[in-house]
Write a protein that binds this ligand. Structure first.
Ligand SMILES: C[S@@+](CC[C@H](N)C(=O)[O-])C[C@H]1O[C@@H](n2cnc3c(N)ncnc32)[C@H](O)[C@@H]1O
Length: 305
């Protein structure tokens, strides 16, 4: 975990073993399957340019393959390098950047997803406003968040084994930079950030070691899929389908044209960027002039040259 200047603290996955230590052979087949079921339910059928925010090593990226182009954004260069090794370059653009300092011109995506990321964000309103900014009016944004009002937390609280109240609206920080959110808080903050919440799914209800040991992942995931749409939101994870409201007053300037090539902007000053070489961009703002590079197929907007 590192503290970046001019940014809220970031949960830094640089060099982390997230893929091997958390997913591969770690008994989370059920979680992976139910997240795919939820995504398939909520994602639009067609789209021109999708942004996967906090894409990690690209675990779920294949769910976005049906769209015209996919941009993977993550703060961790090593995660993106792993994603690129798995997925290649044909259909994808890899961008190392911070959600709090987006490197895109406004309004350039008609789809965005952010799964298993917001629980690491200390400044949710700022992150959501930045995301809204890069989406076209009417764009779909699928968000997953960890739900503080889950059954296990309610039972622990009732048994006197948990100090924090799962029913209160404010986020709870369970360990540093790991937050759980109340569905009503998320509803409020999404609306304030320029989104209409269209649909919510209760996901991962059966995330219990005892059940996972006796019921195969596929069968348990099918049970989850059968309850996601109607079960009340007391599950550990919630998927929310949201639409970027066209009349959002926070919009800075006109939305870009999704059919044009992806246009970056300087993540430090917001200035326009121009190509300064095959793999180099320069900021045109008078007082900036920062240079940004693409190294090993990954645009690096974490530090200028
Ligand atoms: C738990 S992983 C989830 C990865 C992927 N979405 C998945 O579900 O497999 C969280 C990801 O969020 C990224 N992340 C955390 N804070 C970020 C920030 N401020 N800007 C960009 N990415 C961030 C991390 O680098 C990490 O890859």
């Amino acid at each position: 975990m590192t503290q970046q200047p001019l940014s809220p603290p970031i949960c830094d996955y640089e060099g982390s073993g997230y893929e091997a230590d958390f997913w591969q052979g770690q008994g989370r087949d059920y979680e992976d399957r139910v997240e795919r079921i939820a995504l398939r339910r909520l994602l639009p059928v067609t789209g021109r340019r999708a942004l996967e925010i906090g894409a990690g090593y690209g675990r779920l990226t294949s769910e976005l393959d049906r769209y015209g182009h996919v941009v993977l954004l993550d703060y961790s260069r090593t995660m993106l390098a792993r994603a690129r090794a798995r997925l290649g370059d044909d259909h994808y653009t890899y961008v190392a950047a911070d959600i709090y300092h987006m490197p895109f011109q406004p309004g350039q995506f008609d789809i965005a997803t952010m799964i298993r990321v917001i629980h690491h964000l200390a400044d949710v309103p700022l992150a959501l406003a930045n995301i809204r900014q890069v989406l076209a009016p009417g764009a779909a944004f699928i968000l997953e968040y960890a739900n503080k009002r889950n059954l296990k937390a309610i039972l622990r609280r009732a048994a006197g084994r948990q100090a924090w109240n799962p029913g209160s609206l404010e986020p709870v920080e369970l360990i540093p930079l790991n937050f759980n959110f109340h569905p009503a808080y998320m509803l409020m903050v999404m609306r304030e950030s320029g989104f209409d919440v269209r649909r919510r799914l209760a996901v991962s209800y059966f995330r219990l070691g005892a059940l996972k040991r006796v019921i195969p992942g596929g069968a348990l995931a099918a049970m989850d899929g059968a309850v996601q749409t109607w079960a009340p939101l007391y599950s550990p994870s919630v998927f929310s389908a949201n639409e970027a409201r066209p009349d959002w007053p926070g919009q800075q300037g006109p939305a870009g044209d999704i059919d044009q090539p992806l246009a970056f902007r300087c993540p430090v000053c917001g200035g326009d960027l121009e190509a300064a070489g095959p793999d180099e961009l320069i900021c045109l703002a008078d007082t900036c002039g920062r240079r940004w590079v693409r190294r090993d197929g990954i645009y690096d907007f974490k530090e200028p040259l």
